[in-house]
Write a protein that binds this ligand. Sequence first.
Ligand code: PLP
Length: 412
Amino acid sequence: MNPPLDVARIKKDFPLLDVEVDGRPIVYLDSANSTQKPRSVIDAMTRFMETSYAPINRSAYKLAAEATDAYEGARTKARQFINAPRAHELIFTKNATEGLNLVAYSWGRSNLRTGDVVVLTHMEHHANVVPWHILASERGIELRWVPLTPDGRLDLTGLDRLLDGAKAFCFTAMSNVVGTINPVRHLADAAHAAGALAIVDGCQFVPHNPTDVQAMGADFFAFSSHKLCGPTGLGVLWGREELLEAMPPFLGGGNMIADVRLDGFTPAELPDKFEAGTPPITEAIGFGVALDYLSDLGMTNVRRHEMEIAGYALTMLKERFGDEITIHGPTNLEVRGATVSFAFRDLHPHDVSQVLDQSNVYVRAGHHCAKPLMRQLGVSATCRASFYLYNDTADADALAAALDGAADIFGP
Ligand SMILES: Cc1ncc(COP(=O)(O)O)c(C=O)c1O
């Protein structure tokens, strides 16, 4: 049995959690959006810029060679973190959005023709919807959609029919709105049985769960550094080697070429082929340290902690507010994370979040870049409290106390 997370100690690792606004502490419940950063990440990036900064790949001097090693070291850490077979299958992108666009543009444009089918789900983030819409309107591709059950899980009853003749099945491993954790292996197997690729959005899954892209059976897998304690400006796209090898470059420019002539160019080997221009060097250093931080805590421990806090929050909010609160998504903790979307009375989520802000309780209100899912839920927006490894039950209690304040302001 692994030890539980020592949240009091963990909180001390995150300088921002110590910041007071209007003389009072803050309660940060917006980690599904972006997480706070531990001191080790901040220090590593500062130290690198103060003592070791140099451009990578192009210069022969010592600092540049060391910076290149550090950048590639982050790729190796990321490979280990998601158990990918080979480091050069990991492409550093700007964020998960760019990774998913890379797949749609490069793999999609070279493999999909008019009449081909791509299957998506109603719970996708716009980053895994709009690139396919763009391609669909350009190429005449048919998009099919996996619906949801009333409690916010994928309704898989008609999956085989939807996948019939499909070339790709694009789905999130975990919903950014209702917290549902999808059965990725099952979905990937179904995709493969139909002759389709499994293109997985791992943006919400990787920060909260042990990840093994090989066990999942994914073909492509994208996630972002800033959602797992790392800096903004860096994402990862992992893809199976033979798929990436066969794909044309996405962006053209420096670093991604082996040769450039007047009559054309020869792309570089992986991963450079997909890393045009000067990459996010300092960010990669920070990302690697964020992965170290999570690995030291242990992702199994992180997952267990979040199950506990989700269980506490769901029960406590329901007991305290009864019919005044509607919590979207599954109640079974085995298939959900600690991302809690809710409606409070008939108040607009923006009003609720503004009142919570007066108590320094930071949640996100809006459509969460998941408008198809909002339509399924029959709402235009939700309030979303997303808990992470630095949140404890006191933070859930603070949310409840702040909701009491909203009830006071808006009356019975
Ligand atoms: C499920 C999911 N996919 C993709 C994204 C896009 O991530 P990014 O904005 O880092 O590209 C997000 C961000 O919220 C997300 O939650």
